[in-house]
Design a protein around this ligand. Structure first.
Ligand SMILES: [Zn+2]
Length: 425
């Protein structure tokens, strides 16, 4: 790579390979189309599980969850059933910008809150709570506020009123683009990573509007991508010949047909019980329990010595996992199998934090959305979401084909992260 080459990484949260290609081909994303013609483009595997906190942590570190320590959006305090929300302080592997030779500008990457001291500018993404802990250096906050910068859209609005959600999405994107433009010239950066996350929210709430051309919000859906494409075109026009451009998503998306409650399955098959007279929740797990799940479908064996009500002896763990595999493999709803992949931890994770991970992780088959809520009264349900994450069709685009040559057939977010690390390090 040339000495003065810079690396630009544009994140598009949740955008599936197929949608990107379709929007490039149908004129919704003409700039992206132009870039694709010169670039390497491939479907990419997400993390396991296929959720943003885990996937982006893999992208920015180039490591798997047993190395970076982020296994889900929620996790358990050690040796307990108490829930915690891991954040950037819990990331055990360094993000690429800590290894970079030069300065970095990092904007809106999920799971990077609270920000820390680093060489450059960092504005954290979902879930960022307090603006004072979301911007490094903090003296940039007034400038961002003058742009009406917003850390995120209000998902609460979407739950009550989709029109209001769309009205919120637009100024959030406008301010994000302003910040990107401002920071582009603010320092002499070596790596620049803006991430668009409204795409994920849009697809959760309005995947039906994408698929149905007659949907009231179909054009609003396309407009959001048109506006992002304009911002991509603007960035592309400012690249020099030596600069590397990577565009990627952290997972894909598809239509959500049914929610499936994994803990309901475990309870109805006798693997999970709650103390008599108590509500079905983590704190109330009773000692006959053999396994329980955390979102979206991480399965934990209720090991003796590890959990307060742990009952499965070390020698019985493999038999328990085998029973669970049989149960999961046999589950069908509407005559279709629910789980596409049933992974054991040794098959998917390796590293110093392996013990903190789930014993198994399930990936759903088409249309099924797996959930770890314990209070569900039925195995199958349907909430307000119309779209769900997918594992195998995130995308990865690289403007220089020679750089992509070492990636192999089915690259994952970890491979993308390794590549980024090698480019900036
Ligand atoms: Zn999402």
């Amino acid at each position: 790579m040339a000495e003065n080459a810079r690396t630009v990484i544009i994140g598009l949260d949740g955008v599936p390979f197929g949608m990107l290609k379709k929007f490039a081909q149908t004129g919704v994303m003409p700039n992206t189309s132009r870039i694709i013609q010169q670039a390497f483009l491939t479907p990419m595997r997400s993390s396991i599980p296929e959720i943003s906190s885990v996937a982006w942590s893999s992208i920015i570190t180039g490591t798997n969850p047993a190395d970076h320590g982020i296994f889900g959006f929620v996790d358990l305090h050690p040796d307990s059933y108490r829930m915690k929300f891991p954040n950037f302080n819990n990331l055990k592997s360094p993000p690429f910008w800590n290894l970079a030779k030069g300065e970095s500008v990092i904007i809106n990457v999920p799971s990077t809150y609270p920000v820390k001291d680093m060489n450059g500018v960092h504005i954290s993404g979902f879930v960022s709570i307090d603006i004072n802990k979301s911007v490094h250096p903090t003296f940039l906050i007034p400038e961002l506020e003058s742009m009406e910068y917003r850390l995120d859209v209000s998902a609460e609005k979407a739950h009550s009123d989709l029109g209001m959600f769309l009205e919120d999405l637009d100024p959030t994107l406008t301010a994000r683009i302003k910040a990107i433009e401002y920071l582009w010239d603010y320092i002499e950066w070596q790596s620049f990573m803006p991430t668009f996350t409204g795409t994920d929210r849009l697809m959760h709430f309005l995947f039906d509007a994408y698929e149905d051309e007659n949907h009231k919000y179909h054009n609003d859906f396309l407009d959001h991508f048109r506006r992002i494409d304009t911002a991509i075109g603007d960035i592309y026009s400012k690249l020099t010949e030596n600069d590397v451009l990577i565009m990627l998503s952290d997972h894909g998306f598809e239509k959500l047909e049914k929610d499936v409650y994994v803990n309901h399955l475990l309870a109805s098959e006798g693997f999970l019980t709650f103390k008599p007279g108590t509500d079905p929740k983590l704190d109330n797990i009773d000692s006959p329990t053999k396994a329980f799940a955390l979102d979206p479908a991480r399965i934990y064996i209720n090991r003796k010595g590890k959990y307060p009500e742990g009952s499965v002896e070390a020698g019985d763990i493999q038999a328990c996992i085998k029973d669970l595999e049989d149960l999961f493999a046999s589950l069908q709803i509407y005559g279709r199998k629910v789980f596409k992949y049933i992974y054991k931890k040794e098959d998917i994770y390796a590293g110093p934090y392996l013990d903190d991970g789930p014993d198994m992780v399930l990936i759903a088959d088409e249309g099924f959305n797996l959930k770890g809520a314990m209070s569900a009264k039925e195995l199958v349900g349907k909430g307000p979401f119309t779209g769900k994450h997918t594992y195998e069709d995130a995308f990865l685009l690289i403007n220089k084909k020679d750089i992509a040559s070492g990636l192999g057939d089915q690259p994952s977010v970890i491979d993308a992260g390794k590549l980024i690390k090698s480019l900036v390090g």
